[in-house]
Ligand binder design. Structure first.
Ligand SMILES: [Zn+2]
Length: 229
């Protein structure tokens, strides 16, 4: 099973360089405008595309596929160091601070503080700036640290280079919470069922392209549930 890349590379750096003017950066830093300002719509769209491709459509944390329908609603641009904290505002457009995460992970992560005192005060965003509480998407190797077993069971990999961060991330995101996994699987199964019903209706109405599109969408969901669910 492929759970996406071990680590990310800031290949989208140019998108930020070209897409966000120096003035806009200053305006964000001094609080005049926010990340959600309309002027960043395009650069965010481009970022989403670039990150989605690099992350192979998967959430950076739980590594589940982020589904196609209503993608904008389900997929969040995630700031590893929380953009709402004053001390991390300066990293709001920093390429190595950006990833995409699924809505449930983003929700659980919320405004968690992922840096130690050295990270908080650092002036340069680099791997050695301090200790990160979770596996860092650009500086750590996900698969060397976290193992995903059948049934979406997460484990710190034996001899992990950064076992503490792996442990924290699994615990804080409740990745190993069985109830969460069951709820998720049930929800996805419901979606698969619904899409299959709609596809069969489309066939009845002789709308084969629609039926095909619906079945294609259900395939994406099927990749998210394991056979034992
Ligand atoms: Zn996730």
């Amino acid at each position: 099973m492929n759970f996406g890349p071990s680590r990310l590379y800031p290949t989208h750096r140019y998108l930020l360089k070209n897409g966000v003017s120096k003035l806009d950066r200053l305006l964000v830093l001094n609080g005049t405008i926010a990340w959600k300002d309309n002027r960043f719509k395009r650069v965010k769209l481009n970022l989403r595309h670039a990150l989605r491709e690099q992350q192979q459509g998967r959430c950076i944390f739980c590594r589940r596929m982020i589904t196609i329908e209503r993608r904008n609603a389900l997929e969040d641009i995630e700031h590893y160091l929380d953009k709402s904290k004053p001390h991390y505002k300066k990293w709001i457009f920093c390429p190595v601070n950006l990833t995409i995460a699924c809505r449930p992970c983003n929700f659980v992560k919320s405004t968690a503080e992922l840096g130690d005192a050295a990270v908080v005060t650092a002036n340069e965003y680099v791997a050695t700036m301090g200790v990160f509480k979770w596996i860092h998407p650009y500086f750590d190797d996900y698969h060397q640290n976290i193992e995903i077993l059948n049934g979406w069971v997460y484990r710190v990999r034996p001899a992990a280079p950064n076992p503490q961060a792996a442990k924290n991330m699994i615990r804080d995101l409740q990745l190993d919470n069985l109830a969460t996994m069951h709820a998720y699987a049930t929800e996805v199964k419901g979606k698969i069922l619904r899409l299959t019903e709609l596809a069969s209706k489309a066939v009845q109405m002789n709308n084969l392209p629609r039926a095909q599109a619906l079945l294609q969408a259900s395939k994406v969901y099927q990749q998210q549930v394991w056979p034992d669910y």
